[in-house]
Design a binder for this molecule. Sequence first.
Ligand SMILES: [Zn+2]
Length: 351
Amino acid sequence: MDIAHIFANPESPILMPAPNLRTTAVIPCAVCEGQQITVLAVRDRHGQPLENVLCRACGLVWVDPRPSNQSLEKFYSAEYRQQYKKSFQPKPKHLYRETLRASARLRDFLPHYQAGMRVLDIGAGAGFFSYVLRAQGIDSDGIEPNEHYAEFARSQLGLASVRTGFLLDITQRDHYHLITINHVFEHLPEPRAALAHMHSLLTVGGRVLMEVPNIEAVYHAPNKIFHLGHLYWYNPATLTALAAQCGFTLLQLDTHGSTQHIRVVLQKSATPVATTAVAHLVAGNADKVQAVRQGHTVRGHFLSARPYVRLAKKIVQYAREYLATRRFSNARELCDAIVKKWPLGRSQPHA
Ligand SMILES: [Zn+2]
């Protein structure tokens, strides 16, 4: 291989340092601004090159270097096609699943809601959560970057308040009492700026109800975790530290179910906390995260009961979705039937 060939092929491994030897990040850590890292993974779940790194100082994990906007757009358009195919209409099983999930979110939402509160759902998707809220007589605003999802919310679910756009397009300062953001925050390339913006949109004492995946989860096979969509991976410590630096008090945090997703309730406090003041929140966290990730091996995963229990649950779920959805002719009818039958989701403990 000659020099000309190397420069004609910028992906040539000769020009790339061995990824597991790299110890400096391209993008500084979003929690502590550190750049000393350990490379956790060099491939995504499809086997494509994608590096996820662990901050040595605080334990945050992120995609580094970040792929081009073009790659991200391609990823999202593929995900979009996977879920919505070419018709721009979710299949009945997706309607069923998403409306049930939205109903389950209602259970965590209601204790924080009082009549008259202004509510914003960030990453409203196709509007299922707004729809479930409306069935309870609660109006909400929604913002969703995918125009097809947002259009579905408006035209099929009658939710005129779901706008197409990004979080930064919402500019009503000190306006909202509650912000919900469900499995969206991990997709955002500037998490600190996003949280600071949410802080500005809330009234003092206003709350953020957020759920994100947990980097400590062992739900998925270890080689099926990382992908382009999740630009940041949190655990309770890093999410808490970031929120504290953006002027939020942590009211509640729990990890739930087999997925170990992290749910937090954050409250807008008056002043942000300096970076150094949150160091105690992340002390020892990098070693903890690294130990979990290194301890979760492919062999160990498939020797455990987890993947088989998950498969069995999925088979039951698919059968249930098929049976529950076959008699409905349109989206609205199906969503209404679910909301009426399971207003707080199907798995409510007292059901
Ligand atoms: Zn860090």
